[in-house]
Design a protein around this ligand. Structure first.
Ligand code: GLC
Length: 566
């Protein structure tokens, strides 16, 4: 896209304007967006078909989950050819017209860059795994069997929890932090890094506008493979996401690639504020934005795999986490805000209330939250119509490698499978991956065939088509919130301050910028609640609310959301 503002690398302070700070990002999971050829899998032509819909949302940027060639063991996060398009999704010509279609509508495009690992079907690994003398052998991490068993490393998608897999042809073990189909690339090898940079330029020269860097914090490894220190055991962000040269590589990537283009980047960054700040502090010249995990991973029971606390989540603690991260970027760096993506369940089911009487109210409340916080909003497809968790009963309905691995682990240990499946109804990733619900026709208008993952049976009531014509729909509330943010820099750059922090039901904060002050008040509970604040609301004017009739000043109805101009 032609540069409209100064390059991202020249932005020293938080409140200095940049297009990527002002953008609203819409995330598309191509597999589940729209199928045009009836194979039950979404495709690029499907996104092309929906370009005008996407434009109508008012968003500025799209993040596409991986569309590269892949055997799909992890839905595209296992890439077999970085310069080709996944067969089910279409062709490079389709990609080029999609990119053109977005740009014609002034929408920028972020690609997902998965370079901590590739697929075991990638030509590099195919060659490396046949012969120790292959030039590609050093593109991966190996432990020669003559040295005995490799030092323990944990793997997130491995049934045995073991990140080393034996390969007979080379008589050595290869490293995979994710599944054994996803061998880790050896970033300590400069030749590999140059290949990656070349590939990145290939996409940037096509005109894409940035990258979301998948699992990037894991890329550097201590290849002396010391034993894991006791204190790190089980705390994988601490150990695995802090390799010795991680930030050298981020800076090199910036120097050799990012700094040459008017693009933006966002990292999937692990760890605490200090670690994440390293990626986005502009003085360090690495990346632009990062999304963190502390708030999204909140509210699960300890020592159990993603089992939500049946008592719900503690809003006071959750607010403190958001305050910590928002404050961290008040002077340096820039944050992101999100409540859902392809690795999460649906935001409505996890953070709102998907029962029929609260679906609309709490969806609008969450949307008001995302679009009034400080940090670039990342909004997930389907949330704009209030899609919710499908809650599969049977393991056979699930497709996600993470869930299937964990199920097998619980089973192997003789654990409580029923309890596990109950937890997954709330937290599994597949809840957030069901096909987009376009209308009340068969399969929600997603496909003429059999969808790869079941469509939520509530599609006759919850779909784009019914909400298009209803001015009070969740969809139209999203559109209004996008415009409100766009036209009011106070919602983008304004200082952010928590109000009534100890209130157990209400999340309230003020935003202030160049003489304008607003107060955002959100009731996260299904009961009435009262805001305690000395702020004078007597002359306050309502910018937006989610009830049809006007709000009370400090008394909130269930899931009420109001933005006041003070
Ligand atoms: C990231 C992706 C996730 C994927 C994993 C392995 O966390 O968001 O979907 O499974 O990396 O690539």
């Amino acid at each position: 896209m032609p540069p409209t503002q100064k390059s991202s690398n020249a932005t020293p302070y938080t409140s200095d304007p940049a297009w990527w700070k002002e953008a609203v990002v819409y995330q598309i999971y191509p597999r589940s967006f729209k199928d045009t050829d009836g194979d039950g899998i979404g495709d690029l032509k499907g996104i092309i078909e929906k370009l005008d819909y996407i434009k109508s949302l008012g968003i500025d940027m799209v993040w596409l989950n991986p569309v590269y060639a892949s055997p799909n063991k992890d839905n595209g996060y296992d890439i077999s050819d970085y310069r080709d398009i996944m067969e089910e999704f279409g062709s490079m010509a389709d990609f080029d017209s999609l990119l053109r279609g977005f740009h014609e509508r002034n929408i920028r495009v972020f690609m997902d860059l998965v370079v901590n690992h590739c697929s075991n079907q990638h030509a590099w690994f195919q060659s490396a795994s046949r012969d120790r003398n292959s030039p590609y052998y050093r593109y991966f991490h190996w432990w020669p069997a003559e040295k005995g068993k490799p030092p323990y490393r944990w793997s997130i998608f491995d049934e045995k929890g073991d990140a080393w897999e034996y390969n007979a042809a080379t008589s050595s073990y290869y490293l995979h932090y994710f599944s054994d189909f996803q061998p880790d690339l050896n970033w300590e090898n400069p030749a590999l890094r140059q290949e990656i940079y070349k590939m990145m330029r290939f996409w940037l020269d096509k005109g894409i506008d940035g990258f979301r860097l998948d699992a990037i914090a894991f890329c550097s490894k201590d290849t002396t493979w010391p034993a894991l220190p006791e204190e790190y055991h089980g705390n994988w962000p601490l150990y695995y996401a802090s390799g010795p040269h991680l930030h050298d590589y981020m800076q090199e990537m910036n120097r050799e690639v990012f700094s040459k283009y008017d693009i933006a980047t966002v990292a999937e960054a692990m760890g605490d504020v200090e670690r994440v700040m390293k990626f986005v502090d502009p003085a360090r010249k690495e990346l632009n934005m990062a999304y963190s995990f502390e708030a999204i991973d909140f509210g699960y029971l300890p020592n159990e795999y993603k089992m939500p606390d049946p008592k719900g989540f503690d809003l006071v603690q959750w607010k403190k986490i958001h305050a910590k991260w928002t404050d961290a970027f008040s002077e340096r760096g820039w944050g992101t805000i999100y409540l859902g993506n392809h690795d999460q369940p649906r935001m409505l089911s996890r953070w709102g209330d998907d029962r029929p009487e609260y679906r609309v109210l709490s969806s609008k409340m969450l949307t008001t939250f995302i679009l009034s916080m400080r940090g670039t909003p990342y909004y997930y497809y389907g949330d704009e119509i209030g899609m919710d968790n499908i809650r599969f009963d049977k393991i056979e309905d699930y497709k996600d490698i993470e869930l299937l691995t964990n199920y097998a682990q619980v089973k192997a240990k003789g654990g409580d499978l029923k309890r596990f499946l109950e937890g997954m109804k709330i937290s599994s990733r597949d809840n957030g991956r069901t096909p987009m619900q376009w209308n009340d026709k068969e399969q929600g208008g997603f496909t003429a065939g059999r969808p790869w993952l079941k469509v939520n049976p509530n599609y006759p009531a919850v779909n784009v088509s019914v909400q298009e014509n209803d001015p009070n729909s969740i969809l139209n509330h999203f559109r209004k919130m996008v415009q409100l943010r766009k036209h009011n820099p106070v919602l983008i750059y304004g200082d952010w301050k928590l109000v009534d922090p100890e209130n157990p039901s209400i999340f309230a904060y003020s935003r202030e910028w160049e003489g304008k002050k607003v107060l955002v008040v959100l009731n996260f509970k299904n009961t009435r609640a009262t805001l305690r604040t000395d702020l004078d609301l007597s002359h306050a004017r309502v910018w937006t609310g989610n009830y049809p009739d006007p709000p009370g000043k400090k008394e909130l109805r269930p899931y009420e959301a109001v933005i006041w101009e003070l």
